[in-house]
Design a protein around this ligand. Structure first.
Ligand code: NDP
Ligand code: 8X3
Length: 262
């Protein structure tokens, strides 16, 4: 290995077209990682790729695919050059969504399928590919974006909460199974973060989405990127297993201290 290649480090961020994933990809670029970015919206990936390269002087690689589709995930990951895989140090499993907030008996089962396929199965597909790369490399760090919904179940949260409880269980299981390969596994469980998340959950209903954050200063995508930054900049012998991070005005899903309405 020559001197230059010793310093090459790459990262992969799923769901980088908006919100937490986008802010995290930019942060990793600033830390000197070449960043592979994924999502379904190609123009947004192209914009981000340019922004990472221009602001940080590192390289960015676009992998445009639907994480629910196993074959698309495998074929896309296959396209990532070996030189990138060889230096893959960090994977942020961030792609995910909630759809709907109805009481259980009224939910659309298509929404259930989408959440389970994206938040659980998609995360599993990409994680297994990445884990095998990291196993070969003899190092690596996988960070799963879970949620406070993986710790508490709230009204109308049903299957979204179940998927994030699954992410927590998968995180713990990966941490145990991958220990022997020197692969660290961490999880971040945020409370309210102001991203496209609520607009997606309420299927474009901006009023409902805005109401989620009414009278509250929510976390920003940048707050979560800074949390990822803290985790990935710990020394090699340290693994931050879990971080639960909330807005100061939110104790848990049930207690939110909203500013008085006018
Ligand atoms: P955004 O809606 O802003 O971002 C979601 C990202 O996931 C997008 O980049 C989207 O890309 C990607 N994504 C969704 N479905 C797919 C798919 N089928 N294939 C590939 N990519 C997909 O929301 P956030 O940034 O808030 O969400 C990021 C993660 O954080 C999620 O896992 C969410 O559950 C979690 N989270 C969010 C919280 C919040 O309050 N915002 C709190 C706790 C956790 P594209 O549409 O281009 O495919
Ligand atoms: C997103 C946070 O509280 O809407 O995972 O479930 S919450």
């Amino acid at each position: 290995m020559n001197k230059r290649s010793q310093h090459i480090k790459t990262a992969l961020v799923t769901g980088a077209t908006s919100g937490i994933g986008r802010a995290t990809a930019l942060m990793l670029g600033r830390l000197g990682y070449n960043v592979a970015i994924t999502g379904r919206r190609l123009p947004l990936l192209q914009d981000l790729c340019r922004e990472i390269e221009q602001t940080s002087g590192v390289e960015s690689y676009i992998l445009c695919f639907d994480i629910r589709d196993k074959h698309e995930v495998f074929d896309s990951y296959d396209m990532l050059p070996d030189s990138w895989k060889k230096h893959l140090k960090v994977c942020i499993n961030n792609a995910g969504l909630a759809l709907g907030a109805d009481s259980f008996e009224n939910c659309d089962d298509n929404d259930w399928d989408t959440m389970i396929d994206t938040n659980i199965k998609g995360l599993l597909y990409i994680s297994q590919l990445v884990a095998n790369t990291m196993k070969e490399n003899g190092f690596g760090h996988i960070i799963n974006i879970s949620s406070v919904a993986g710790r508490h179940v709230y009204y109308g949260g049903n299957v979204y909460c179940a998927t994030k409880h699954a992410v927590d269980a998968i995180t713990q299981s990966m941490r145990i199974d991958l220990l022997k390969y020197g692969i660290k596994v961490s999880s971040i469980a945020p409370g309210m973060v102001n991203t496209e998340f609520s607009l997606v959950r309420y299927k474009g209903d901006k009023n409902k989405a805005d109401n989620v954050y009414k009278g509250v200063k929510p976390l920003s995508a940048q707050d979560i990127a800074s949390t990822v930054e803290f985790i990935v900049t710990r020394p090699p012998h340290v693994c931050v297993n879990d971080i639960l991070i909330m807005p100061a005005q939110q104790a848990n899903p049930y207690y939110v201290n909203r500013d008085d309405e006018e």
